[in-house]
Design a protein. Structure first.
Length: 209
């Protein structure tokens, strides 16, 4: 009986050792979060911008689209035409599929300091949109219009730091890019009777350059 117990104890010990070893191995293989660092400057200069709101959102997440899973699925149920990729994200987020974590990824935020620098830690591995927003400032021109944010893509790898550069333009700079041209078109009017003094009528047209 003693030999049987010893054999059982040995087997149990081996099994536990194997399980613990596999758990540690799995933990070591799991990708660890990384870091995103960056600088925000005024467009066309090296002047740093402070107090800029930085938002990091995972590419492929609903947060990156600005919609919730409920909003998307309700639109589909109403018969609205919705981007198929967006529909798949919403279904992933509510189905508990392996992609649910990505679809439900929560944005991470930070604020730039006096040197325009910011650091976002514990960012999951993968591609992320890094967005910068500041009151009375605009991002680059896209499809002929200036966006209220500047955005770049950062690729985060395990325990590494990704660097990004962002720039914004103040609204006053945009206004300074326009000039007003005023044209005066005048004609002499001679009221009746003919011996009355003449008057001049001016019409002004305004155009944006």
């Amino acid at each position: 009986m003693k030999s049987v117990r010893r054999s059982l104890l040995v087997l149990v010990s081996i099994a536990l050792t194997t399980m613990v070893s596999q758990m540690f191995r799995a933990g070591a293989q799991a990708p660890q979060p990384g870091t995103i660092q960056g600088t925000v400057t005024r467009e066309g200069t090296t002047e740093p911008l402070s107090d800029v709101q930085i938002t990091v959102v995972a590419r492929g997440s609903l947060a990156a689209t600005g919609f919730s899973a409920q909003q998307v699925l309700q639109a589909v149920n109403r018969g609205a035409a919705v981007n198929p990729e967006l529909v798949q994200m919403a279904r992933d987020a509510t189905s508990g599929s392996p992609r649910a974590a990505l679809a439900n990824a929560v944005p991470i935020t930070a604020v730039s300091d006096s040197a325009g620098r910011f650091t976002v830690r514990n960012v999951p591995v993968g591609e992320h949109y890094v967005r910068a927003q500041l009151q009375n400032h605009f991002g680059p021109v896209i499809n002929g219009a200036r966006l209220p944010i500047a955005s770049e893509i950062a690729v985060v790898t395990s325990q590494q730091t990704a660097e990004v550069r962002l720039s914004l333009m103040r609204a006053a700079q945009l206004a300074a890019g326009f000039s007003i041209r005023v044209e005066s078109r005048c004609k002499t009017l001679r009221p009746r009777p003919c011996n009355a003094p003449t008057t001049t009528e001016c019409r002004r047209s305004r155009s944006w350059m």
